[in-house]
Ligand binder design. Structure first.
Ligand SMILES: [Zn+2]
Length: 140
């Protein structure tokens, strides 16, 4: 896998942001973790996230595992409509409260259609990102 510079979280639920620290450990890198300002505290100190996950998901949460804290120096609280410039790709954060008050969607605009993205599904400890990537030129 290419070097990972950023992890952009859509929201902080145990099955989406809960595995972030484990992902960082497995990458052996120190990517910035982009998150809504209201979600940042929950990945820096995931105790409330863990308790809520246990209350709602019960055994499924136990299977996923207790989230480990993400070091605060890696957490970047992004502003609404802020653009992250990755060189040949621009990523715009758009606040989309609904599923959670701290939900963010990301609009990805590559300048080079050969840019590869590594989308992830659930971010739990048991179901992390795959090596699957896709070429931006395959998108409609
Ligand atoms: Zn969720």
């Amino acid at each position: 896998m290419d070097k990972v510079s950023y992890i952009a979280l859509t929201h902080i639920h145990i099955d989406h942001g809960g595995g972030t620290s484990l992902l960082i450990s497995n990458l052996g890198a120190k990517p910035k973790v982009i998150v809504h300002p209201k979600g940042a505290k929950h990945i820096i100190n995931p105790e409330k996230l863990w308790k809520a996950g246990l209350a709602v998901l019960k055994d499924i949460a136990i299977t996923m595992g207790k989230p480990e804290p993400v070091p605060s120096d890696l957490v970047y609280s992004i502003n609404d409509n802020e653009v992250i410039d990755l060189g040949n790709v621009k990523v715009k954060a758009i606040y989309t409260p609904g599923h959670t008050p701290h939900h963010v969607c990301y609009l990805v605009k590559p300048e080079d259609a050969s840019t590869r993205l590594y989308p992830c599904g659930s971010g739990s400890n048991s179901n992390m990102c795959s090596d699957t990537s896709f070429n931006m030129s395959t998108l409609p």
